[in-house]
Ligand binder design. Structure first.
Ligand SMILES: NC(=O)c1ccc[n+]([C@@H]2O[C@H](COP(=O)([O-])OP(=O)(O)OC[C@H]3O[C@@H](n4cnc5c(N)ncnc54)[C@H](OP(=O)(O)O)[C@@H]3O)[C@@H](O)[C@H]2O)c1
Length: 279
């Protein structure tokens, strides 16, 4: 029996990985901080634990083959947590970021690179068989950016860097690649830079959502200065959009090469999540 431990199973990507893992021939475990609210399928063997308390990884890692790792925890316990994974597992699939891609969006000085860089260094120095997933912007980010305003009834969306294009990727497509790397051979040492199939400005993305929910929206440019005040916590993203202004989105055909199918479009994602944008 192939034993897989998902770390981050309750998150946006992790839930999709769980949904796409084969129903038979795999024992699925999940490290969860709160089993009572995790809402995972009954076949998932939940272990209470926390990446910030690395000793809690020992039980879920006992007898494991493969680990899927999402790290959004503070960085202080990265080294001891990875050490424990190295001790038990043979293979790891790490949800990283496109930190090596030569594009201004990701190559400007960016504090957010430090965590994936540190994790990758530790994994590369270990005997683990590894695969790094490097998705670009998640389609799901707009659930944070625009859904709250739209659900509150706004008919104007104010947003900065409206003309900057990205190629948003559906979390289900990231998960599809994760599942292959978790379950199939042939992905060791691979670094998969994953994007959606089309370049869309932020304005295009808002317009797509407006069309999908059937609501006419006015889209207004927010100045970079206003954005610094009005979007606290988005500083790194604002820097990335500023650096990417005037450049085409970075796009890859990696998903198609691995799966033989097209990644989902942003419109498909928006249709499937329309309810979350409606009043
Ligand atoms: N958003 C983007 O556009 C983008 C682009 C490229 C790369 N990424 C990378 O993608 C990753 C985020 O993926 P996501 O959006 O799927 O994640 P997410 O939805 O934010 O979920 C995070 C998961 O990690 C778990 N978690 C958080 N802190 C933990 C801890 N201390 N111990 C154990 N588990 C913990 C959460 O569990 P709980 O249920 O307990 O909270 C949850 O399952 C980040 O590393 C980010 O750098 C994102």
């Amino acid at each position: 029996m192939h034993r897989i431990l998902l770390i981050g199973a309750t998150g946006r990507t992790g839930r999709q990985v769980l949904a796409q893992l084969p129903a038979t021939g795999v024992e699925v475990r999940a490290l969860v901080r709160n089993p009572n609210t995790a809402g995972l399928a009954p076949h998932v063997h939940m272990f209470r634990g926390d990446l910030t308390a690395p000793e809690t990884l020992d039980a879920p890692l006992d007898g494991i083959d493969t680990v899927f790792l999402v790290w959004t925890a503070p960085p202080d316990t990265i080294a001891p947590a990875i050490q424990r994974i190295v001790k038990h597992a043979r293979r790891i699939v790490f949800l990283s970021a496109p930190i090596k891609t030569q594009h201004p969006f990701v190559q400007q000085p960016n504090e957010l690179r430090k965590v994936p860089e540190q994790i990758e260094r530790l994994i590369e120095a270990s005997p683990l068989e590894w695969t790094f997933l490097r998705p670009g912007m998640f389609s799901a980010n707009c659930l944070w950016w625009w859904a709250p305003q739209l659900r509150a009834g706004a008919d104007v969306i104010r947003w900065p860097y409206l003309d900057v294009p990205t190629a948003p990727i559906d979390e289900r497509d990231i998960a599809a690649i994760a599942v292959r790397a978790l379950c199939d051979d042939g992905h060791a040492g691979a670094e998969y830079v994953l994007t959606g199939p089309e370049s869309l400005t932020q304005s295009d993305q808002i317009s797509t959502i407006a069309q999908v929910i059937g609501r006419p929206l006015r889209i207004e440019e927010m100045s970079p200065e206003e954005a610094r005040d009005e979007l606290p916590g988005h500083e790194h993203l604002l820097d990335a959009w500023a650096a990417a202004a005037g450049h085409p989105a970075f796009m890859t055909t990696t998903f198609r090469e691995i799966t033989g199918t097209e990644p989902r479009t942003f419109r498909e994602w928006a249709v499937d999540h329309a309810a979350q944008f409606r009043v």
